[in-house]
Design a protein around this ligand. Structure first.
Ligand SMILES: Nc1ncnc2c1ncn2[C@@H]1O[C@H](COP(=O)(O)OP(=O)(O)O)[C@@H](O)[C@H]1O
Ligand SMILES: [Mg+2]
Length: 275
């Protein structure tokens, strides 16, 4: 078996102390293999951002260990170097520098890491092409749409060819069409570059574009689900939908348009899907 890219061991994070202490992460044991594309879901405040911050060495655990790409993050000598080299971040609000062009924003993380300006430019152009924005290289962020800005942010996250991309609600500020496109782009990058990606999202359909869905609650991972056939995922969504509930819960003909026989079939199907 290959070594995991991410491993958390009894990871806990407590903010504050005494009566106001908040256990944002509570004994999280998570393993992610290289090349996986993982969605993290769960209600607001359940610890999703805290987990991403731990994985990206932006914050430190209260207890437990975090290993990324073979390194124990508590033992890092050069945290900035680790972040620049190994992790790319994409946030809900793109955080692009407003006075720099798209191209310059993508070049910025390469400063001090790629010596030649020419090489930085070539790589940034390559990444802009990869996210479908080669023709917007000279534009400033405010001359681009929300979806385009988020594409630039993804190109920037890839600047130093990270092993891991951490995206915290990257589609949260976008309309559903642009959101779906951003997730599709992340999926393509995952497949074509082999980049491991962990993305926080609230959108179930978005999550189903990934390979694995983690559901968090009160600082814990309460469900770890491998995404299967898209049809099966759609059927599962149906089973847990309001319609699914209605068909299960209502004794006789809840819906005008279906026959009792059809309803019986649907009920059997839904019971099975919900297992
Ligand atoms: N810097 C902080 N100081 C104190 N409490 C925090 C801090 N960051 C997060 N929390 C708390 O930790 C919990 C988890 O937060 P967070 O990881 O941001 O949740 P999510 O991203 O799932 O919405 C919440 O109760 C939040 O209020
Ligand atoms: Mg959050």
């Amino acid at each position: 078996m290959t070594d995991p890219l991410i491993e958390t061991i009894h990871l806990s994070k407590v903010y504050g102390s005494g009566e106001t202490a908040v256990r944002a992460l509570d004994d999280v044991n998570l393993t992610v293999a290289p090349g996986e594309f993982v969605a993290i879901m769960g209600p607001s405040g359940c610890g999703k951002s805290t987990l991403l911050n731990m994985l990206g060495a932006l914050d430190q655990p209260t207890e437990g260990e975090v290993w990324v790409a073979g390194e124990n993050l508590a033992k890092l000598k050069h945290v900035d170097d680790f972040r620049a080299r190994t992790v790319g971040f994409v946030f809900q609000l793109h955080n692009l520098l407003p006075t720099l062009t798209a191209l310059e924003n993508v070049e910025a993380p390469m400063q001090g890491r790629v010596a030649s300006a020419r090489e930085r430019r070539d790589r940034a152009m390559h990444l802009l092409a990869l996210v479908g924005l080669a023709l917007r290289a000279k534009h400033l962020p405010n001359q681009l749409s929300g979806g385009q800005r988020q594409r630039i942010a993804i190109a920037r996250a890839l600047a130093n060819n990270p092993k891991l991309v951490l995206a915290d609600e990257p589609t949260g500020a976008l309309d559903s069409q642009s959101g779906a496109e951003i997730l599709q782009l992340l999926g393509e990058l995952n497949r074509s570059q082999g980049t491991t990606i962990a993305v926080v999202t609230h959108d179930r359909r978005v999550a189903q574009a990934t390979q694995r869905i983690l559901r968090m609650q009160d600082g814990r991972i309460v469900e770890d689900h491998h995404v299967r056939d898209p049809l099966e995922e759609d059927l599962r969504a149906l089973a847990f939908s309001k319609l699914g509930e209605t068909i299960l819960d209502t004794e006789d003909a809840p819906l005008q348009a279906i026959t009792p026989e059809e309803e019986a079939i649907l009920r059997k199907l839904i019971v099975r899907l919900r297992k």
